[in-house]
Write a protein that binds this ligand. Structure first.
Ligand SMILES: C[S@@+](CC[C@H](N)C(=O)[O-])C[C@H]1O[C@@H](n2cnc3c(N)ncnc32)[C@H](O)[C@@H]1O
Length: 186
């Protein structure tokens, strides 16, 4: 992430948006279950909320510095932080009751990599396991935030088909024009 983007993802403003708007919109009435995977945790403002809703959280983060900082900040809480790439996760098949993927898929540099990550998420979920997530629409403001950074926006109109191709059964994608949320069952 560029510096401005990193600052935003670690800010009180982002924490409030995630807690008050994004997580309730993404999760709805669904339960995460006992063993939750978070993909692309970054500074961990979503992790803070997930660990209040699940007894065990595993957070995957590609950037070793961000992962180390989160590991240190989560010490004493039931959160394992794994430095790893979502497109090839060193995690067992069929383990997790739910996976949360917040504002990270657009950071994977190409659609093929995004699809590999979706296949990997389906692999590590239990049968019936839940994927919930959100990402941003392709807007001028979001492009400006990603100068010198990876930005591979997902067209929400294509996401249900991509989730199905990755191995998900039920899928639900909804956009509010600026962001979209997705839910899918393994
Ligand atoms: C915009 S941040 C979002 C952080 C957090 N999910 C949130 O919503 O506050 C995206 C994060 O995904 C991570 N990331 C990007 N590609 C990844 C990959 N292939 N595997 C794991 N993490 C990745 C980035 O390093 C970054 O920390």
């Amino acid at each position: 992430m560029n510096d401005e983007h990193l600052r935003l993802c670690a800010s009180a403003e982002w924490a409030q948006l995630v807690a008050d708007e994004l997580l309730p919109w993404v999760l709805g009435d669904d339960e995460l279950g006992p063993d939750v995977l978070e993909i692309g945790a970054g500074p961990g403002l979503v992790t803070d909320l997930l660990v209040e809703r699940a007894p065990q959280v595993t957070a995957i983060e590609l950037d070793p510095d961000l992962a180390a900082a989160l590991r240190q900040r989560m010490a004493g809480r039931p959160v394992e932080v794994v430095t790893a790439d979502a497109t090839a996760m060193p995690l067992p098949t069929g383990r997790f009751s739910a996976a949360a993927c917040f504002t990270m898929l657009h950071h994977i540099p190409d659609p093929e990599g995004q699809d590999r990550a979706l296949v990997e998420i389906a692999r590590v979920l239990r049968p019936g396991g839940l994927l919930v997530g959100t990402d941003g629409e392709d807007t001028p403001a979001r492009r400006a935030l990603h100068v010198d950074d990876v930005f591979t926006p997902i067209d929400p109109a294509t996401l249900a088909a991509r989730l199905s191709a990755a191995g998900f059964g039920y899928t639900d994608v909804e956009s509010n024009g600026d962001r979209f949320r997705f839910r899918a069952r393994r």
